[in-house]
Write a new protein. Structure first.
Length: 275
């Protein structure tokens, strides 16, 4: 008497399983969309995308020109990953916006540099010289610590990552700081006495020699590496895991990064390669 009911329930279960399997197949077949900014991050992800295609994974690379939109797009679900920010910038962005996104893997640590196209050394920076520096909270603090490590200023103790120009307690040269959106610093460098610079932007633009910095942040830990970031509810997406494995292990990807930086180790470090 119960057989028809059992059969009906079994068929219903099979239908649900079939729909779930179909949805999973659709998700796996959908292209993985990765947001990047111009430079080595875009270039290396493009190479990894070509390698992924050989393994049946379709990757679309979406390029952004600013540092805010990639997180907006990620949080909205318009892209699946982004690769342009360090974990300190990410933490500050999440605090400010409430976005539900987090790191899934660290990548390239691209050092910060101090550049001048007017002066040959830090000692030559004149009194009252203008210093261009990143305007967002995290990169402003990062840049100020680099200027401090170069011996040009002293910051108040205990200011943490988000130090500002108001935290400068010693400024013997009476330097004047000009806050500029990070991606635009490379264009501003010729107009100031000293500029905080991002080697990957400088190399991408070929504006001047990125290896001629007067100081670098080669002392920084991996928290300053650029991270692959995903929505919290998508971190276990198998497409992401597959792509990240390709990115970490592909000789072609590694070569593209070394070539971009001209193998100048003072400019970068690959955090997934441990000594």
């Amino acid at each position: 008497m119960s057989h028809p009911r059992i059969l009906k329930n079994l068929l219903a279960s099979l239908a649900v399983a079939s729909l779930a399997f179909s949805a999973m197949g659709t998700a796996l077949a959908a292209p993985l969309k990765i947001g990047v900014v111009p430079g080595v991050f875009a270039d290396s992800v493009e190479v990894a995308a070509q390698e992924a295609k050989k393994q049946g994974l379709d990757v679309h690379v979406v390029e952004f020109t600013d540092w805010a939109t990639p997180n907006v797009a990620l949080n909205a679900g318009d892209i699946d990953l982004n690769y342009y920010q360090n974990s300190n910038y990410l933490a500050n962005a999440v605090r400010d916006t409430g976005f539900v996104i987090s790191s899934v893997q660290s990548g390239i640590l691209s050092f910060l540099g101090l550049y001048s196209l007017k002066h040959a050394s830090l000692a030559d920076i004149p009194e009252g010289g203008r210093v261009a520096i990143g305007s967002d909270a995290v990169n402003l603090g990062r840049g100020l610590r680099l200027v401090e490590s170069a011996g040009l200023i002293k910051l108040r103790e205990g200011t943490g990552l988000l130090s500002t120009t108001s935290d400068i307690i010693e400024n013997p040269k009476k330097l004047r700081f000009v806050e500029v959106e990070g991606p635009q610093l490379v264009r501003t460098t010729p107009d100031v006495d000293l500029a905080v610079g991002y080697p990957y932007f400088i190399l991408a633009s070929n504006a001047f020699d990125a290896t001629k910095g007067l100081a670098y942040t080669s002392y920084e830990d991996d928290s300053w590496a650029i991270h692959f970031v995903a929505r919290n509810d998508k971190k276990n997406d198998p497409r992401i895991a597959q792509f990240l494995e390709i990115y970490k292990t592909s000789p072609a990807v590694r070569k593209s990064i070394h070539d971009f930086y001209r193998n100048e180790q003072k400019l970068y470090r690959l955090t997934w390669l441990k000594d």
